[in-house]
Design a binder for this molecule. Structure first.
Ligand code: AMP
Ligand code: ZN
Length: 112
């Protein structure tokens, strides 16, 4: 979709710090991390938010959750949050569905 920052990242038009991908989803580091681990899991097709994604493509939502939990198990001790801000008043700023994988317990100490 035109003027969507995550569509541009998925198309390779804007750089990102790639983490992993599947057929349906891509994961990259949040540009302003708020936790020691902060990765975004994003459907490759444009949907406005997680509610819309759940109706339009439930398999892609399951895929996104599975990718996020795989990354969390690789990068953290396994305890993580998966957050979907949905709607501007709830703090959503990018209107392409995405989950925030955050964890305060990295598996490896973070290099300073
Ligand atoms: P939300 O506020 O839930 O819509 O989350 C949007 C997230 O996208 C924020 O945490 C931003 O820091 C992050 N973000 C915005 N632009 C980029 C970008 N170019 N690369 C990586 N993360 C981004
Ligand atoms: Zn988009």
């Amino acid at each position: 979709m035109q003027d969507c920052v995550f569509c541009k990242i998925i198309a390779g038009e804007i750089p990102s710090k790639f983490v992993d991908e599947t057929e349906h989803s891509v994961a990259f580091y949040d540009i302003s991390p708020r936790q020691p681990i902060h990765v975004l899991v994003v459907p490759k097709k444009h949907h406005t938010d997680v509610a819309q994604l759940s109706y339009a493509d439930p398999a892609a939502l399951v895929d996104l959750v599975q990718l996020g939990s795989k990354i969390a198990s690789e990068q953290s001790t396994g305890s993580f949050r998966l957050t979907f801000n949905t709607g501007a008043e709830a703090g959503q700023t990018v209107f392409h569905a995405h989950g925030h994988i955050t964890s305060t317990t990295p598996k490896e100490p973070i290099a300073k």
